[in-house]
Design a protein around this ligand. Sequence first.
Ligand SMILES: Cc1ncc(COP(=O)(O)O)c(C=O)c1O
Length: 349
Amino acid sequence: MYPRVIIDAKKYAFNVSYITNLAHKQNISVMGVSKVFCADPILVSVLEDMNVDYIADSKLENLMHMKTRKPKVYLRIPALSEASLVVKYTDISLNSELEVIKKLDEIAGKMKKRHKIILMIDLGDLREGIYYQAFNLNIVKEILDLKNIDFFGIGTNLTCYGSVIPSKETYDKLESIKNDIEKTFKLSLDIISGGNSSSIPMLMEDKLPTYINNLRIGESFILGRETAYQNRIDHLYEDVIVLEAEILEIKDKPSYPEGELGFDAFGDKQTYKDIGIIKRAILSIGKQDVKHDDLLPPKDVEIIGSSSDHLIVHLKSDHYKIGDVITFKLKYGGILSLMTSKYVEKIYV
Ligand SMILES: Cc1ncc(COP(=O)(O)O)c(C=O)c1O
């Protein structure tokens, strides 16, 4: 059945162990992030068998169903309303709201459990965390006073909302907060979680500040690329997951629509290029499953658009016929949505 994604667990295992070994050589522990593939059990079992130190996900539901003996980390800042599930199903969570941390403490007390928290500091990327300029040691004091919470350390997230690339200058802001906390409370933080796949270039050049001892990695494992500059990482596989879609129709037709033009099926105004008659094919995948910009076609195929269930391409070779299957490499967003779509079959090699 098509469309389907082909998942190569061996390639994934190779990518995971390559990067994790690199990190371990620099005394950096690794959280393997499973959300891009919806915590697919086969790929989670690879993380389980490989040398990653923790398994992390931003969807509580994924963590609830995940079978692993490694510590489970909840990456999205917990909602007040889900505190019980966070304590029950995860070992560590990333946090920035004292009110929520107090709730986690209360629930952990009732469940007779301990829960570790990593306090997130926003260094300017402007997604989650306490803005570094507004950081106040009082929150640490309050956390340390809680009976059932272990203050595991601090962390930051970069190159997500604000596209901020990790650098020494940016990391210096985190170091100064770490030093303040450790000096004031006479303790040594267990974990300083320095970021995600955008920290890989600094890791590879041995330029990560030595106090950073943890990274949370999703994209580099699955796509073999770093996300600061979007470069491929030598030796790694970029095709752990690919898409296969079947050709339903091939017709020679104009490239420019005929008649008065309004809106497309999604209510958007489109622009069309008139390049005369072209060989157009329709494939069995659409916007309901994936944004066509997230698909990387073979050289002789150009994507020209899509609707909910149909992908329209310009075939630049003559060998294609009805029933042929075209394989697409994928961008990060493509993997995310295809793995989420129940209409796309998952096949393992
Ligand atoms: C807080 C946090 N850390 C790390 C990651 C992993 O990021 P990446 O896939 O770029 O490695 C994510 C996203 O999945 C995240 O939300």
